[in-house]
Design a protein around this ligand. Structure first.
Ligand code: BGC
Length: 726
């Protein structure tokens, strides 16, 4: 290849674009000046399902993307979604992003990103399609499991280190789906109508943090529309907010098939087009990718003089910048796949994210040496397979039943039959789920066995099938599927020592919650799921996860549903459904607190096997809108554990209606029994600000504020009142 000719004695003749000693921007301009129109057009659209060509003549290799966001997806065929049938593309499945968010530990996000980046490197991928940071607006959204919860501050704090971790390996993180892709049903047709204030306060902060704090090198446009323009080529979101206001210097990638209009794609900030549905392959075009909006149609418009190369050069500059950050990066590590360190990371993140929602009569941790009856399909069902583009070919997935059987005297009853499909997109699940028994036979077996058991541990919840926690559709209702409630009620009658472990990325209705003494949120936690769950249930690990979203008692308690704004209203005569976010900034706990509705479990809630005392010992006005709070946390119980100090701000005098409180700082503190530590939480003026629609900017109004400190949004132990002066 070219490079060899330029080494040694000829080093001084290196062209600028290949010369490492030159500033990157200069190299980009040099490369750009050498590219033909065809080469420029080629690099801004796909050449296969997941790759785009580099510039071979100049020595720029192909660029490979991959899903994302929980592991490195198995390879598919060049032009098809079908598996390529490789034998070297198994991966470690990391916990779903809801679990990562529930750890409330940015160090876990960094570890996650680094580990995933190493897996991507080994597999020869340059752009990881993740993480997802769309806000959980309704628990029906099929893709909430791929996102980081309902709170913009929590998601912002977790996304930045994830991005930095991935990119520390020279792999780009492509943050998705920008923006307002908060439900899946009709995702190509939904036009979101939202106030500027809610857009900036709720839906954009995590993307902004990914760009400005995380330094993301790529961002993926979403399928839906905003202001009647598809978000993959949306003038407001891309040109104005992302590229102008936030100064994003990376690449905007379309979601797969999210590009619909050549001229909008040219003008409105899209840089690379992927996954468009051309049917050239079946209709005989020599290369269907030539029909992409940013391929021959764009070239024609330039040749006809409708467009100069101004927009094209801007796109190509960004793509070249991405090359220098990834494919052209010098001294990149080689990465590794399925290493012990990656399994270890997956286990640690899972263990930190599991949330102990309820634990009455000290039922948990389970005492050793007892007879345990495991019930439920989710104890034997692989959850790394299914759910859409995040589906993985995990090298291993430890199932809860197997993990239990390895450690305790365990019996099993199926309880219910959900989805018994054996494979997804060519990846087979390990164990047959086939069972022909009727629901009453299954319940009868579970009840009989429950009578003999010391504890019943029920693994239920949702799964990755269509209309559950899965891409492309939303859940049809909030209730548990497959008749699980009937099984739970029947077991309770014979054995009240029941632990319900909910496997899902979303909250579910729990009409029996007051009768079940112990409830655990187990998420979809990947390769080490059984191990992590059983470690928590047996007390080998003390749970420290906190909910990243509100757990509504009923669907009507959620703002989007209370106001009847979901899923929207079809316009007559056009395939557009308007979804108006009428609840504005009042999403999740912000809505619940405004309406004085108690959730089943509050945002930020999560129990431990030990106890903690927390109090704010001192606080300081640092001037210029900055405040510091010293919070002492003591482990007052008998085992080591971790507590999350959460600081919420309440604006007591404001010209606009503000939420009763909003999360603005947090810290996770690890403590031995009897140990105490003081953590200092700092907030700045931005923590006191709201987005002022009149001036199109953030503004903190002078007046009284409260800092509310506690270990959950519904458990505040300290209130500090302070005044912001003009
Ligand atoms: C999903 C993206 C994904 C892409 C490629 C799309 O359908 O929305 O999240 O990265 O497919 O698989």
């Amino acid at each position: 290849m070219l490079l060899c000719a330029w080494t040694g004695a000829h080093a001084q003749q290196l062209p600028v674009y290949l010369d490492d000693s030159k500033p990157v921007e200069q190299r980009i301009e040099d490369a750009l000046s050498r590219m033909t129109l065809d080469e420029k057009i080629a690099v801004i659209h796909a050449q296969s399902k997941f790759s785009a060509p580099g510039v071979k003549r100049l020595g720029f290799p192909d660029l490979w993307t991959t899903d994302g966001p929980h592991g490195i997806r198995p390879d598919v065929l060049w032009d098809e979604w079908e598996q390529a049938g490789q034998t070297n593309d198994s991966c470690v499945a990391f916990p779903a992003l809801t679990c990562l968010a529930a750890s409330w530990n940015p160090a876990m996000a960094r570890l996650y990103g680094e580990s995933l980046g190493e897996e991507a490197l080994y597999r020869g991928k340059h752009v990881l399609l993740g993480p997802g940071v769309n806000i959980n607006r309704t628990p029906l959204n099929g893709r909430n499991f791929e996102y980081m919860g309902e709170d913009p501050f929590l998601a912002s704090q977790m996304v930045a280190p994830y991005v930095q971790g991935v990119q520390s390996n020279g792999v780009a993180s492509c943050v998705k789906h920008y923006a307002l892709n908060n439900d899946e049903e009709n995702r190509f047709n939904v036009n979101v109508v939202v106030s500027d204030r809610a857009l900036h306060e709720i839906y954009l902060p995590a993307f902004k943090a990914a760009v400005q704090q995380g330094g993301a090198w790529a961002i993926m446009g979403s399928y839906n529309l905003y202001k009647n323009e598809h978000c993959c080529h949306n003038a407001t979101l891309l040109n104005k907010i992302l590229k102008h206001d936030w100064q994003f210097d990376g690449v905007v990638v379309s979601d797969w098939g999210g590009t619909h209009d050549t001229e909008q794609a040219i003008k409105n900030g899209l840089d690379m087009e992927f996954g468009s549905w051309t049917n050239g392959l079946t209709e005989g075009a020599s290369n269907a990718y030539d029909s992409y909006h940013l391929a021959l149609p764009y070239k024609k418009l330039i040749q006809q003089g409708k467009y100069s190369v101004k927009e094209l050069d801007d796109k190509v500059r960004r793509v070249l910048r991405l090359y220098y950050r990834t494919t052209m990066k010098k001294n990149k590590p080689v990465g590794f796949l399925c290493s012990e360190s990656h399994y270890d990371a997956a286990l640690r993140i899972a263990e930190e994210g599991i949330v102990l929602l309820k634990n009455e009569r000290g039922l948990l941790p389970l005492k050793q040496g007892k007879r345990i009856l495991v019930v439920g399909e989710n104890a034997i069902k692989m959850m790394t397979v299914g759910g859409g583009s995040s589906s993985l070919k995990a090298q291993k997935e430890i199932l809860p039943l197997d993990a239990f059987a390895a450690q305790c005297s365990t019996d099993y009853a199926r309880g219910y039959v959900g989805d018994t499909v054996q494979s997804y997109n060519g990846v087979k699940v390990g164990r047959s789920l086939y069972d022909m028994r009727t629901p009453s036979e299954l319940i009868a077996e579970a009840v009989e066995k429950a009578k003999q058991a010391d504890y019943v541990v029920f693994f239920g919840g949702l799964n990755k099938s269509d209309y559950q926690d899965s891409e492309g559709h939303d859940r049809k209702d909030y209730a548990l599927p497959y008749g699980q409630n009937a099984v739970i009620e029947a077991i309770l009658k014979v054995n009240p020592r029941l632990v319900f472990v909910n496997i899902s990325g979303n909250a579910v209705e729990m009409p029996w919650a007051s009768k079940v003494p112990a409830i655990v949120q187990g998420w979809f936690i990947g390769s080490e799921s059984g191990e992590a769950l059983v470690n928590v249930l047996l007390g080998k690990v003390n749970p420290s996860g906190k909910l990243p979203f509100s757990w509504y008692k009923q669907l009507a308690d959620c703002g989007a549903h209370a106001l009847g704004t979901y899923p929207g209203t079809w316009r007559s005569g056009v395939r557009i459904i308007d979804e108006e976010y009428k609840e504005g900034v009042f999403v999740g706990y912000r809505w619940l607190e405004k309406q004085n509705i108690k959730p089943l479990f509050a945002f930020g809630h999560g129990l431990s096997y030990t106890t903690f005392a927390m109090n704010c010992q001192a606080w300081r006005d640092m001037g210029n809108g900055q405040y510091q709070f010293d919070v002492k946390v003591k482990n007052t119980g008998k085992c080591a554990g971790a507590e999350v100090v959460q600081l919420y701000i309440a604006d007591k005098e404001c010209s606009v209606e503000r939420p009763k409180k909003e999360l603005k700082a947090f810290a996770k503190v690890f403590l031995q029994p009897g140990e105490s530590k003081v953590v200092t939480l700092t907030i700045g003026r931005e923590a006191l600000s709201f987005y002022d629609e009149a001036v199109h900017d953030w503004r903190a109004e002078a007046g009284t504020f409260e800092a509310l400190i506690g270990n959950a949004s519904d458990n505040i132990s300290d209130k500090i009142t302070f005044k912001l002066k003009d």
